[in-house]
Ligand binder design. Sequence first.
Ligand code: UDP
Length: 462
Amino acid sequence: MKQAPVSPREALTEELYGRFSWSGRWRQRFARFFHTFTWLTLLAGLGGIKRAVDFCLALVLITATLPISACVLLVSRLRDRGALIQRTRRAGRWCEPFDEFSFTSSPQIFSSLPALVNILKGDMSFVGPRAVSPGELTPREREARKRYSARPGLVCLWWIRKRANIAYSGEAASDVEYVEAQTLRGDFGIALRAIPALLYGEGVAVTQDVVSILDISIDNMTMTDALEWIVRHAAAESPAQICFVNADCANIAYRKPDYLAVLHAARLVLADGIGMKLAGKLLGREIRQNVNGTDLFPRLCESLCGTGAGIFLLGARSGVAEKVRDWIAEHHPSTLVSGYHDGYYSPAEEPEVIGEIARSGASVLLVAFGAPRQDMWIREHLANTGVKVAMGVGGLFDFYSGRIPRAPVWMREVGAEWLYRFYQEPGRMWRRYFVGNAVFLWRVVRARNRGAMKSSQGGTRK
Ligand code: UDP
């Protein structure tokens, strides 16, 4: 048997032998090949890089959280003698059934720790469509079939959007969006976005229809409800005004009684932005969805398509409304644009602009002058325009014309669209967001503490 080299000189000789002798070189090559092969086999066995990352991360997390799991199990054992781990039947990848593990009794935050074992086993992934019960989403439809091509995840895109109040499309559609765009980097982004989503709290199933925030009665609708309402009223007899209210609007209404009066008189007041959601949470009156003009607009174009109801675009700089008309023609060619006009005209030209809207025969008027001017303008001139539904939409035309880019979806999902707006126009936006948002939340907390908030007690509006 060969003796191990003892002196540095012998070690050096051994190294040189390894480097330059024929058999030494082959020994090295084989060792390298074996090393690579072992890893590749392991990766292939695990089902790819995503699976390998899931496996390693789950192993690390299980080890790191062992003391917590041990404590939870010990406390549960001392409390009662029932099963410590709960098994819930789920439909996995390709609808393969599996049992999802969770603690039977533990604080909410730790209840899913045993699901790390599901990830280790390959039943689940960290990121993927929600693990549904068998039969909950049948794979008959194409969308649902697609969602089952991915392993269910602890965190899914739909869950994040629901928490940020922007889950406008159905769960299956959001799953398909995830599956089609799935990458390791994308998964990492979704996992990061889950952190603020945790802070926003659970999405709301049942809540009040009208929520009062700083004396503004908010119609607590989802995007779908609002669209149905608009399409219905576009064919109605009497004209209706819709206002979108965000934290900044609430601050303005606090200072300007005439703007508050406009909000009180509007037929529909919709909650816009993460500030309103947080206010609702603070008041214990959850806001169902973030129904803002910018997200509503493309859906409105789609809903009005084929109804014969035309849209008039009023506002923004010269040439901008025209580009929005082009956007509609490109994305919703069957939607009727009755006319457009920029928002920089003299007071003397106002009667002519109103006449133009009336002659256009439009049913829906979008006014982009910025709040509160747009809402007050609508209140004053709605009856003369001949339209059935009018709404103030702020900077919407700037976004759809491409003049100002909108925040990427991931920023909207973490409720940070305002941060992006600040980054675009810091000089104008710093006061609105950094001072305004803080003042707004402070007013909400103060109103809650004083008990001065008018409770709508689940009533209906006007
Ligand atoms: N605007 C207008 N006429 C004016 C002043 C402003 O049409 O006299 C337009 C402006 O070009 C912009 C929109 O109103 O497109 C205001 O956008 P902003 O982002 O300020 O509105 P917000 O969403 O903040 O209410």
